[in-house]
Design a protein around this ligand. Structure first.
Ligand SMILES: NC(=O)c1ccc[n+]([C@@H]2O[C@H](COP(=O)([O-])OP(=O)(O)OC[C@H]3O[C@@H](n4cnc5c(N)ncnc54)[C@H](OP(=O)(O)O)[C@@H]3O)[C@@H](O)[C@H]2O)c1
Length: 252
């Protein structure tokens, strides 16, 4: 897979977790990777790790819920590395506890939709016009297994926001395809990021693993390999797809 060689790739939310694994793997495949987050020390640490192994990386800090921040970041990347060829709109996460929907606060709902669906929209709004103009580009969004099937234990605002990302992805694939831009979505089940390893007790990890036909939880690298496929020319005829990276826990 050589199609990422010297490509400029922005992975939002790559200061840790799944995004850091995607940035690291893409750099191993020759991409010039932009490592993004809000935590400057964490973006610098991931950048340093990539550079230590001979990769090319640049750290940036921006809040993806702010279009002004995103535009400033885009201009900086274009000045230093050139236009973004591959955008992985990964930043996000759940901000509410699972529970009855009527107990979800208005603030929690808005923050979750803002931090996932609106953030993905704003990120794409900043980077898509250049891709359409250049008649080339590749966008990968990140949903969740929570958006793939109804579940009484779901954090509802998060599931709804992530489901919105799926149709946003597919509408966009229909709009941008004629301009040579592919747009696909990854939908991971529970992934053992550093955060989840700390937050999910071992007994629950085992219980969750047992619900997967492949009998384990996912790793950030599992998601990174799926992203690598979608970003590569191996997937040249794939657009508008929601790819479950879920060990068989979701089959739709
Ligand atoms: N882990 C899972 O089990 C799982 C399952 C399904 C889907 N997902 C999705 O996969 C993506 C990555 O999740 P993860 O588990 O790797 O998360 P994580 O470890 O909590 O990392 C989240 C990343 O997103 C960044 N981020 C979040 N909100 C941001 C904002 N407003 N502006 C800028 N950066 C922001 C964080 O930056 P800073 O920390 O530097 O602020 C960090 O780099 C998310 O979209 C998540 O919803 C995760």
């Amino acid at each position: 897979m050589n199609s990422l060689k010297d490509k400029v790739v922005l992975v939002t939310g790559s200061s840790r977790g799944i995004g850091a694994a995607i940035a690291t793997l893409f750099a191993e495949h020759g991409a010039k990777v932009v490592v993004h987050g809000r935590d400057a020390a964490a973006t610098s640490a991931v950048t340093a790790r990539i550079e230590q192994t001979g990769g090319h990386a640049m750290p940036v800090v921006a809040d993806v819920t702010s279009f002004a921040d995103l535009e400033t970041m885009r201009r900086r990347i274009e000045d230093e590395l050139g236009p973004v060829d591959v955008l992985v709109a990964n930043a996000g996460g759940n901000q509410v506890r699972p529970g009855p929907v009527e107990q979800v606060s208005e603030e929690g709902w808005r923050a979750t939709v803002d931090g996932n669906l609106t953030a993905t929209f704003l990120t794409i709004k900043s980077f898509l016009p250049g891709m359409k103009e250049r008649k080339a580009g590749n966008i990968i969004t990140v949903s969740s297994a929570a958006a793939r099937r109804p579940d009484a234990r779901s954090p509802v605002p998060y599931a709804a926001a992530k489901a919105g990302i799926q149709i946003l992805t597919q509408d966009l694939a229909a709009q941008a395809g004629p301009f040579g831009v592919r747009v696909n979505c990854l939908a991971p089940e529970t992934i053992l990021t550093e955060r989840n390893q700390q937050q999910i007790p071992e007994s629950l990890q085992e219980e969750l693993a047992g619900m997967h036909p492949l009998r384990r939880l996912g790793t950030p690298e599992d998601v990174a390999r799926a992203a690598l496929y979608l970003a590569s020319d191996e997937a040249a005829w794939v657009t508008g797809v929601v790819l479950d990276v879920a060990g068989g826990a979701v089959m739709v």
